[in-house]
Design a protein around this ligand. Structure first.
Ligand code: HEC
Ligand code: HEC
Length: 251
C-alpha cells in the first residue's frame, strides 16, 4: 500500500463517518419515519386502505359498495376494466374517479397498482373452475320481456316473482331490486357484475347458478343482458322528484 492510498482511504473513512454522523443529528428524522409525498406511496395495501376501504370494506368485502374481493368478479373484470373504473369512476353513482386527470389524487401508476393488487390479493387462478368466462360488459341492449322470463327462472326464488324482495329465512331478507330509488343509485354494469359474480357472503350464487348435477344450468350471456334490461326498465327519469313535490306545496 502506498502512502498515497493510505491517506486516500483514511480520508474516505473520516468523510464517511462524518456523513454517517450527520444522520444522527438532532431533529433529523430517523430512516423509515419520513412521510413521503402521496404519489410516492406505491404499495397496494395502504393505497387500498386509504382510498377504497371506506366503501368497499377493509378486506374488499363487507362494505356498503360491492365486494371486490370476489374471485369470480376479479376473473371476469380483469386488470384493464378495474383500472379504467378506478381511474374515471362511474358517472351518476357514488364511485368517484381517482386519477389526477379525472380530478382525483392518484397517479396512473397508483391506479395500476390498485387494480393489479386486487387481483393478486383476492383473485384465484381457478376462480371459474373451468367454466368459460362471461364478457364483463354487454355489447348489446337486452330485451326486457325476455329478461323477466330469465328472472323468473334464476332469481325469483330469492328476490320474489316481481323482484320486490322476499324473506328467505329468519336471518335473510332480500330488498327490492325494482325500487326506482335503488335503481337510481346503481349502474347497469353494477347489476351485471353482481349477477355474474354473485354475493358469496350473502348466499347469492354467481351466473352459473347453484343448480348442480344433471341438467345443471348456467345463465347465458343473453339471459344476463336481458335480466339487466328488465331490472333497468323499472328506472324512473326523476326518482323521488323532491323538487317537484316541494314546488307543488309552497308554504
Ligand atoms: C364513496 C364510495 C366509494 C369509494 C371511496 C370507492 N368506491 Fe368503488 N364503487 C363504489 C360504488 C357505489 C360502486 C358501484 C357503482 C355502480 O353502480 O356502477 C363502485 C364500483 C367500483 C368498481 C366496479 C365494480 C363493477 O361493477 O365492476 C370498481 C372496480 C371499484 N369500485 C374500485 C374501487 C377502488 C379501487 C377504490 C379505491 C381507489 C374505490 N372503488 C373506492 C363506491 C366507492
Ligand atoms: C339463493 C338466493 C339468491 C338468488 C338465486 C339470487 N340472489 Fe340476488 N341476492 C341474494 C341475497 C341474499 C342478496 C343480499 C340481500 C339484498 O341485497 O337484498 C342479493 C342481492 C342482490 C343484488 C344486490 C342488491 C343490492 O343491495 O345492491 C342484486 C342486484 C341481485 N341480488 C340480483 C339478482 C339477480 C338478477 C338474480 C338472478 C339472476 C339473483 N340476484 C339471484 C340472494 C339471491
Amino acid at each position: 500500500m502506498t502512502l498515497r492510498s493510505i491517506i486516500l482511504s483514511f480520508t474516505c473513512i473520516t468523510l464517511g463517518l462524518a456523513i454517517a454522523g450527520c444522520r444522527d443529528a438532532p431533529g433529523k428524522p430517523a430512516p423509515g419515519t419520513e412521510i413521503g409525498r402521496p404519489e410516492q406511496l406505491l404499495s397496494f395495501a395502504p393505497l387500498y386502505r386509504q382510498n377504497c376501504s371506506g366503501c368497499h370494506g377493509s378486506d374488499g368485502k363487507g362494505g356498503a359498495a360491492m365486494s371486490l374481493a370476489n374471485p369470480v368478479y376479479l376473473a371476469t373484470a380483469g386488470v384493464a376494466d378495474m383500472e379504467r373504473i378506478t381511474s374515471v369512476g362511474v358517472a351518476g353513482t357514488l364511485m368517484p374517479g381517482f386519477s389526477k386527470h379525472a380530478g382525483g389524487m392518484l397517479t396512473d401508476q397508483q391506479v395500476h397498482i390498485l387494480a393489479q393488487g386486487m387481483l393478486i390479493a383476492w383473485g384465484k387462478p381457478d376462480a371459474l373452475g373451468g367454466s368459460e368466462t362471461i364478457a364483463y360488459e354487454s355489447s348489446s341492449l337486452g330485451d326486457a320481456a325476455e329478461g323477466h322470463k330469465a328472472f323468473t327462472v334464476f332469481c325469483a326464488r330469492c328476490h320474489g316473482q316481481d323482484g320486490a324482495g322476499s324473506t328467505l329465512d329468519k336471518a335473510t331478507r332480500t330488498g327490492s331490486l325494482v325500487d326506482p330509488a335503488y335503481l337510481s343509485l346503481v349502474s347497469d354494469q353494477s347489476l351485471r357484475s353482481t349477477i355474474i359474480a354473485g354475493l358469496p357472503e350473502q348466499g347469492m350464487p354467481d351466473w352459473r347458478s347453484d343448480f348442480s348435477g344433471p341438467g345443471a344450468m348456467a345463465m347465458t350471456q343473453q339471459e344476463i343482458t336481458d335480466t339487466v334490461a328488465w331490472l333497468a326498465s323499472h328506472r324512473l327519469p326523476t326518482p323521488g322528484q323532491p323538487y317537484l313535490a316541494r314546488h307543488s306545496n309552497p308554504d
